[in-house]
Write a protein that binds this ligand. Structure first.
Ligand SMILES: C[S@@+](CC[C@H](N)C(=O)[O-])C[C@H]1O[C@@H](n2cnc3c(N)ncnc32)[C@H](O)[C@@H]1O
Length: 240
């Protein structure tokens, strides 16, 4: 197995208005790094990060794909494979930080946009996202915190930490391509196993790809993908 490079923390930018890369960020990137070789045979043509913050995750994803697209994985240097990469954040400070981090890594192949969730992008992206990554505001808080704005919107997730997550999950059937997949950070209070069961009803199956104990929370990376055609709703849950 070839060791694939990811973004460097000393080339990653954030300030007091932008989420500092933390255990959740690093766990998400670890899972992307471990999973990346699967994309050699299932090349993603469109990748999206929702809530890019400092840009550490999208810079890592772009670097992983750049390595997979080249000669080490059998693709001629003169004709590397390409992928459309998009990063979205509702915070102007985060958009700026993502752009700065990408520049510091000499990554030019990512479009960075300011939008609330997917805003006006939904029409353009419908059915085309092959890989989506999302480290949401997942911390359980009073619901009022979710709309407080500022840095609180990087972490405040309202009731069970699900207020933003539950706006995004119903978008997946329309947003993801037929082979599309989502990698999303959760904590135990978000009930990731319950999310997997709920998403069966939308034609998805899933697994907990990683778990890590951090200071005050137990983190998971939830990996969701579409059920193969013909698999009956609920059949995967029942192990059929
Ligand atoms: C937990 S931080 C993750 C930042 C970065 N991806 C990381 O892993 O370090 C969540 C990010 O989502 C953004 N965000 C929160 N609500 C959003 C929304 N409704 N639309 C777009 N971005 C949102 C925040 O501004 C913040 O940058």
């Amino acid at each position: 197995m070839v060791k694939l490079n990811i973004a460097e923390i000393n080339k990653t930018y954030w300030n007091g208005d932008v989420y500092e890369p933390s255990d959740d960020t690093f766990l998400l990137v670890d899972v992307l790094q471990q999973h990346a070789e699967a994309w050699v045979n299932k090349w993603p043509r469109c990748c999206l990060e929702l809530g890019s913050g400092s840009g550490y995750v999208i810079a890592s994803l772009a670097l992983l794909l750049r390595q997979l697209a080249g000669p080490s994985f059998g693709w001629p240097a003169a004709h590397p494979r390409s992928c459309q990469l998009l990063a979205v954040d509702q915070s102007p400070a985060a958009v700026e930080a993502t752009r700065t981090t990408l520049q510091a890594h000499k990554v030019t192949e990512v479009d960075v946009l300011a939008a609330n969730l997917l805003g006006p992008l939904m029409g353009r992206l419908r059915g085309s996202v092959d890989v989506m990554v999302f480290n949401p505001p997942y911390v359980p808080t009073p619901d009022e915190e979710v709309k407080r704005g500022g840095i609180a919107s990087a972490w405040a997730g309202g009731y069970r930490g699900r207020r933003v997550i539950d706006q995004v999950l119903p978008l997946l059937p329309e947003l993801l391509s037929p082979r599309g997949e989502l990698f999303m950070v959760t904590v135990t209070e978000n009930d990731p196993q319950g999310i997997i069961e709920e998403m069966l009803g939308f034609g998805f199956q899933g697994r907990i790809a990683a778990t890590r104990q951090a200071d005050e929370e137990t983190l998971q990376i939830l990996h969701l993908w579409r059920q193969p055609p013909g698999l009956h709703h609920g059949a995967a849950a029942a192990g059929q």
